[in-house]
Design a protein around this ligand. Sequence first.
Ligand code: SAM
Length: 231
Amino acid sequence: MNELTLSVRLERVAAHVPQGARLADIGSDHGYLPVALALRGVIEAGVAGEVAQTPYASAQRNVRRNGLQERITVRLADGLAAIEAQDRISAVSLCGMGGKTMCEILERGKAHLNGSERLILQPNGDERELRTWLMDNGYRIVIEELLRENRFDYEIIVAEPEGTVAYSEEELYFGPLLMREKSPAFITKWQRMLRQKQQALANFERARDAIPEGKRRTFTTQLGWINQVLA
Ligand code: SAM
Protein backbone atom coordinates (compact mmCIF):
# COMPACT_ATOMS: atom_id res chain seq x y z
CA MET A 1 0.00 0.00 0.00
CA ASN A 2 1.08 3.57 -0.70
CA GLU A 3 -0.53 6.89 -1.63
CA LEU A 4 -1.04 5.67 -5.21
CA THR A 5 -2.41 2.23 -4.39
CA LEU A 6 -4.55 2.25 -1.28
CA SER A 7 -5.67 -0.93 0.49
CA VAL A 8 -9.21 -2.07 -0.37
CA ARG A 9 -10.24 -0.86 3.12
CA LEU A 10 -8.88 2.69 2.62
CA GLU A 11 -10.16 2.72 -0.97
CA ARG A 12 -13.68 2.11 0.33
CA VAL A 13 -13.22 4.85 2.94
CA ALA A 14 -12.02 7.17 0.16
CA ALA A 15 -15.22 6.47 -1.79
CA HIS A 16 -17.24 8.21 0.93
CA VAL A 17 -15.27 11.45 0.92
CA PRO A 18 -17.37 13.95 -1.06
CA GLN A 19 -15.89 15.67 -4.12
CA GLY A 20 -14.46 19.05 -3.07
CA ALA A 21 -14.35 18.13 0.63
CA ARG A 22 -11.95 19.68 3.09
CA LEU A 23 -10.85 16.54 4.93
CA ALA A 24 -9.26 16.07 8.34
CA ASP A 25 -7.77 12.58 8.54
CA ILE A 26 -7.10 11.93 12.21
CA GLY A 27 -4.59 9.17 13.03
CA SER A 28 -3.37 9.51 9.46
CA ASP A 29 -0.14 7.53 9.96
CA HIS A 30 1.75 7.94 6.65
CA GLY A 31 -0.97 10.27 5.32
CA TYR A 32 -1.84 7.95 2.42
CA LEU A 33 -5.57 8.74 2.47
CA PRO A 34 -5.43 12.56 2.21
CA VAL A 35 -2.46 12.42 -0.17
CA ALA A 36 -4.26 9.95 -2.50
CA LEU A 37 -7.44 12.05 -2.43
CA ALA A 38 -5.54 15.28 -3.14
CA LEU A 39 -3.64 13.65 -6.04
CA ARG A 40 -6.97 12.46 -7.49
CA GLY A 41 -8.45 15.94 -7.18
CA VAL A 42 -11.17 14.74 -4.79
CA ILE A 43 -10.35 16.97 -1.83
CA GLU A 44 -9.83 20.69 -2.01
CA ALA A 45 -7.62 20.67 1.09
CA GLY A 46 -6.73 18.38 3.94
CA VAL A 47 -5.28 18.05 7.40
CA ALA A 48 -3.35 14.93 8.38
CA GLY A 49 -3.37 14.67 12.19
CA GLU A 50 -1.01 12.38 14.08
CA VAL A 51 -0.25 12.01 17.74
CA ALA A 52 2.99 10.05 17.31
CA GLN A 53 6.26 11.47 16.04
CA THR A 54 7.29 8.70 13.60
CA PRO A 55 4.02 8.57 11.60
CA TYR A 56 3.83 12.37 11.75
CA ALA A 57 7.28 12.58 10.09
CA SER A 58 6.24 9.95 7.55
CA ALA A 59 3.07 11.91 6.63
CA GLN A 60 5.15 15.09 6.27
CA ARG A 61 7.57 13.27 3.94
CA ASN A 62 4.76 11.91 1.77
CA VAL A 63 3.05 15.28 1.51
CA ARG A 64 6.34 16.93 0.53
CA ARG A 65 7.33 14.18 -1.93
CA ASN A 66 4.05 14.69 -3.75
CA GLY A 67 4.34 18.49 -3.72
CA LEU A 68 1.12 18.88 -1.73
CA GLN A 69 2.34 21.23 1.06
CA GLU A 70 -0.06 23.93 -0.16
CA ARG A 71 -3.10 21.65 0.14
CA ILE A 72 -2.33 19.29 3.01
CA THR A 73 -1.24 20.44 6.45
CA VAL A 74 0.33 17.80 8.68
CA ARG A 75 -0.12 18.47 12.40
CA LEU A 76 1.30 16.70 15.42
CA ALA A 77 -1.74 16.73 17.69
CA ASP A 78 -3.94 14.56 19.87
CA GLY A 79 -7.17 13.65 18.06
CA LEU A 80 -9.41 16.46 16.82
CA ALA A 81 -7.03 19.08 18.25
CA ALA A 82 -5.39 18.80 14.80
CA ILE A 83 -8.37 20.74 13.40
CA GLU A 84 -8.30 24.55 13.46
CA ALA A 85 -11.28 26.78 12.67
CA GLN A 86 -9.61 28.32 9.62
CA ASP A 87 -9.28 24.84 8.04
CA ARG A 88 -13.05 24.95 7.29
CA ILE A 89 -13.16 21.15 7.51
CA SER A 90 -16.22 19.48 5.97
CA ALA A 91 -15.33 15.80 6.53
CA VAL A 92 -13.41 13.97 9.24
CA SER A 93 -12.01 10.48 8.78
CA LEU A 94 -10.90 8.22 11.63
CA CYS A 95 -9.68 4.85 10.42
CA GLY A 96 -7.81 1.82 11.70
CA MET A 97 -8.26 2.43 15.44
CA GLY A 98 -10.43 0.73 18.01
CA GLY A 99 -14.03 1.95 18.24
CA LYS A 100 -13.56 2.94 21.89
CA THR A 101 -10.49 5.02 21.03
CA MET A 102 -12.57 6.76 18.36
CA CYS A 103 -15.32 7.50 20.91
CA GLU A 104 -12.72 9.03 23.24
CA ILE A 105 -11.22 11.12 20.44
CA LEU A 106 -14.67 12.37 19.36
CA GLU A 107 -15.80 13.04 22.91
CA ARG A 108 -12.62 14.88 23.92
CA GLY A 109 -12.46 16.84 20.68
CA LYS A 110 -16.11 17.90 20.23
CA ALA A 111 -15.14 21.56 20.60
CA HIS A 112 -13.04 21.32 17.43
CA LEU A 113 -16.02 20.29 15.28
CA ASN A 114 -18.13 22.98 13.60
CA GLY A 115 -21.26 20.82 13.74
CA SER A 116 -21.65 20.17 10.03
CA GLU A 117 -18.87 17.68 9.26
CA ARG A 118 -19.51 14.27 7.73
CA LEU A 119 -17.76 11.63 9.84
CA ILE A 120 -16.22 8.70 7.94
CA LEU A 121 -15.26 6.05 10.45
CA GLN A 122 -13.58 2.68 10.05
CA PRO A 123 -13.25 1.21 13.54
CA ASN A 124 -11.34 -1.95 14.33
CA GLY A 125 -13.92 -3.45 16.69
CA ASP A 126 -16.35 -1.94 19.24
CA GLU A 127 -18.65 -0.75 16.45
CA ARG A 128 -21.62 -0.85 18.81
CA GLU A 129 -19.99 1.62 21.23
CA LEU A 130 -19.18 3.91 18.30
CA ARG A 131 -22.75 3.80 16.94
CA THR A 132 -24.00 4.56 20.45
CA TRP A 133 -21.75 7.62 20.64
CA LEU A 134 -23.05 8.78 17.25
CA MET A 135 -26.68 8.35 18.35
CA ASP A 136 -26.10 10.07 21.69
CA ASN A 137 -24.48 13.00 19.90
CA GLY A 138 -27.13 13.52 17.23
CA TYR A 139 -25.47 11.84 14.24
CA ARG A 140 -27.49 9.81 11.73
CA ILE A 141 -25.74 6.86 10.09
CA VAL A 142 -26.16 7.52 6.37
CA ILE A 143 -23.95 4.81 4.86
CA GLU A 144 -22.56 1.55 6.20
CA GLU A 145 -20.30 -0.93 4.49
CA LEU A 146 -18.81 -4.23 5.50
CA LEU A 147 -15.81 -5.65 3.70
CA ARG A 148 -13.26 -8.36 4.22
CA GLU A 149 -9.56 -7.91 3.52
CA ASN A 150 -6.63 -10.07 4.64
CA ARG A 151 -8.97 -12.24 6.72
CA PHE A 152 -10.34 -9.27 8.69
CA ASP A 153 -13.87 -7.89 8.58
CA TYR A 154 -13.98 -4.10 8.43
CA GLU A 155 -17.01 -1.90 8.93
CA ILE A 156 -17.20 1.60 7.53
CA ILE A 157 -19.70 3.92 9.16
CA VAL A 158 -20.53 7.28 7.60
CA ALA A 159 -22.54 9.67 9.78
CA GLU A 160 -23.88 13.18 9.46
CA PRO A 161 -25.20 15.54 12.15
CA GLU A 162 -28.97 15.45 12.08
CA GLY A 163 -30.56 16.21 15.44
CA THR A 164 -32.38 13.39 17.21
CA VAL A 165 -31.85 9.81 16.12
CA ALA A 166 -32.85 6.61 17.90
CA TYR A 167 -31.49 3.17 17.14
CA SER A 168 -32.61 -0.09 18.75
CA GLU A 169 -30.15 -2.35 20.61
CA GLU A 170 -30.04 -4.66 17.58
CA GLU A 171 -29.39 -1.76 15.19
CA LEU A 172 -26.51 -0.58 17.37
CA TYR A 173 -25.13 -4.12 17.44
CA PHE A 174 -25.37 -5.02 13.73
CA GLY A 175 -25.56 -1.56 12.14
CA PRO A 176 -28.97 -0.16 11.15
CA LEU A 177 -28.22 -0.14 7.42
CA LEU A 178 -26.10 -3.30 7.36
CA MET A 179 -28.82 -5.35 9.02
CA ARG A 180 -31.39 -4.06 6.54
CA GLU A 181 -29.21 -4.72 3.48
CA LYS A 182 -27.94 -8.17 4.61
CA SER A 183 -25.17 -8.29 2.01
CA PRO A 184 -23.30 -11.58 1.38
CA ALA A 185 -20.35 -10.19 3.44
CA PHE A 186 -22.74 -9.44 6.33
CA ILE A 187 -24.26 -12.95 6.24
CA THR A 188 -20.80 -14.57 6.13
CA LYS A 189 -19.54 -12.44 9.04
CA TRP A 190 -22.51 -13.18 11.27
CA GLN A 191 -22.54 -16.90 10.41
CA ARG A 192 -18.92 -16.95 11.59
CA MET A 193 -19.80 -14.94 14.71
CA LEU A 194 -22.68 -17.32 15.43
CA ARG A 195 -20.33 -20.31 15.41
CA GLN A 196 -17.83 -18.46 17.63
CA LYS A 197 -20.47 -17.39 20.14
CA GLN A 198 -22.06 -20.84 20.26
CA GLN A 199 -18.62 -22.28 21.02
CA ALA A 200 -17.97 -19.63 23.67
CA LEU A 201 -21.36 -20.25 25.28
CA ALA A 202 -20.66 -24.01 25.38
CA ASN A 203 -17.35 -23.21 27.10
CA PHE A 204 -19.21 -20.94 29.57
CA GLU A 205 -21.60 -23.78 30.39
CA ARG A 206 -18.69 -26.11 31.14
CA ALA A 207 -17.16 -23.51 33.48
CA ARG A 208 -20.52 -22.50 34.95
CA ASP A 209 -19.28 -21.24 38.34
CA ALA A 210 -16.53 -19.03 36.94
CA ILE A 211 -18.70 -17.03 34.52
CA PRO A 212 -20.80 -14.14 35.87
CA GLU A 213 -24.52 -14.60 35.16
CA GLY A 214 -24.73 -11.18 33.46
CA LYS A 215 -22.11 -12.14 30.91
CA ARG A 216 -23.87 -15.41 30.09
CA ARG A 217 -27.18 -13.55 29.68
CA THR A 218 -25.61 -11.00 27.32
CA PHE A 219 -24.20 -13.81 25.20
CA THR A 220 -27.54 -15.60 25.07
CA THR A 221 -29.32 -12.38 24.04
CA GLN A 222 -26.78 -11.70 21.31
CA LEU A 223 -27.05 -15.28 20.05
CA GLY A 224 -30.82 -14.77 19.78
CA TRP A 225 -30.31 -11.56 17.76
CA ILE A 226 -27.81 -13.26 15.42
CA ASN A 227 -30.15 -16.22 14.84
CA GLN A 228 -32.97 -13.78 14.09
CA VAL A 229 -30.97 -11.61 11.70
CA LEU A 230 -29.77 -14.68 9.80
CA ALA A 231 -33.22 -16.29 9.66
N1 SAM B 1 -5.62 5.82 9.49
C1 SAM B 1 -4.58 4.94 8.95
C2 SAM B 1 -5.20 3.72 8.32
O1 SAM B 1 -6.38 3.46 8.56
O2 SAM B 1 -4.49 3.00 7.60
C3 SAM B 1 -3.59 4.55 10.02
C4 SAM B 1 -4.13 3.65 11.09
S1 SAM B 1 -2.91 3.34 12.34
C5 SAM B 1 -3.24 1.70 12.76
C6 SAM B 1 -3.53 4.29 13.70
C7 SAM B 1 -2.84 5.63 13.80
O3 SAM B 1 -3.58 6.44 14.70
C8 SAM B 1 -1.44 5.53 14.36
O4 SAM B 1 -0.54 6.15 13.49
C9 SAM B 1 -1.52 6.27 15.70
O5 SAM B 1 -0.34 6.98 16.02
C10 SAM B 1 -2.68 7.21 15.45
N2 SAM B 1 -3.39 7.67 16.65
C11 SAM B 1 -3.80 6.94 17.71
N3 SAM B 1 -4.40 7.72 18.63
C12 SAM B 1 -4.40 8.97 18.12
C13 SAM B 1 -4.85 10.23 18.60
N4 SAM B 1 -5.42 10.35 19.80
N5 SAM B 1 -4.67 11.32 17.82
C14 SAM B 1 -4.06 11.22 16.62
N6 SAM B 1 -3.59 10.06 16.12
C15 SAM B 1 -3.76 8.95 16.85
